[in-house]
Design a protein around this ligand. Structure first.
Ligand SMILES: Cc1ncc(C[n+]2csc(CCOP(=O)(O)OP(=O)(O)O)c2C)c(N)n1
Ligand SMILES: [Mg+2]
Length: 199
């Protein structure tokens, strides 16, 4: 745990849009709930894989994609509650060392979607420290716009696995919902990525 705890000030929508605005041809996995809405709000895209309600799966889906598509950057954008539920993913990702994977946690220090119960990151649990200790090549916690600006090129280009926790406020953002049908989302993603091979 970290003893120093700064108050989050960043806006989740602006942070997600700043990161995704430079996604290039990356494959994006959005963790359940609000990170899905953040990702949709930044612009729907056939290469967005929205997990909708599947808690604890985002980083592992991202790892699978990164291993299957080693030439493509894979970004996982998820929540602190979702990541805390899947801490074993840090170890598995560290063992696999995917150069093309970045995991980004939109860390509002709460389970926002279910009523703003505080999570352990609110109490000092340091996700970036855990990722680094597991064996990620780079990991950091972002509190300011300047830090975010410095991290964005690292998220997109630094050899992974890269981890970043973006500390954001609990301000409510409007619901921007993507398509919900999992089969439609999967087929759209596969066709965009694999073309005729997907059929
Ligand atoms: C297995 C499982 N348990 C609980 C839930 C209910 N649930 C949906 S979103 C959520 C909170 C997610 O918190 P976080 O990942 O921090 O995202 P935030 O809404 O704060 O951005 C919970 C507990 C669920 N969908 N699946
Ligand atoms: Mg949260």
């Amino acid at each position: 745990m970290t003893t120093r705890h700064r108050k989050p000030t960043l806006d989740r929508r602006k942070a997600a849009a700043a990161i995704l605005g430079q996604r290039g041809d990356a494959l994006v996995v959005a963790g359940l709930g609000a990170p899905c809405w953040d990702t949709a709000a930044a612009g729907d895209h056939p290469l967005n894989f929205y997990t909708w309600g599947g808690m604890g799966s985002a980083a592992m889906i991202g790892l699978g994609m990164a291993l299957a598509q080693p030439k493509r950057r894979v970004l996982v954008i998820t929540g602190d509650g979702e990541m805390l539920m899947a801490l074993g993913a840090f170890a598995t990702i560290a063992v696999q060392q995917p150069r093309n994977l970045a995991v980004i946690v939109i860390d509002n220090e709460h389970y926002g979607e279910t009523g703003m119960q505080q999570t352990h990151t609110r109490l000092g649990v340091d996700l970036a420290g855990m990722a680094k200790a597991a064996g990620f090549r780079a990991a950091g916690t972002i509190y300011s716009t300047a830090e975010l600006k410095a991290w964005i090129p690292r998220i997109h280009r630094e050899p992974g696995p890269v981890f970043a926790a973006v500390k954001v406020t609990t301000a409510k953002a409007p619901l921007i919902l993507p398509a919900r049908d999992g089969t439609v989302l999967k087929n759209r993603f596969r066709e965009e990525l694999l073309g005729a091979k997907a059929r």
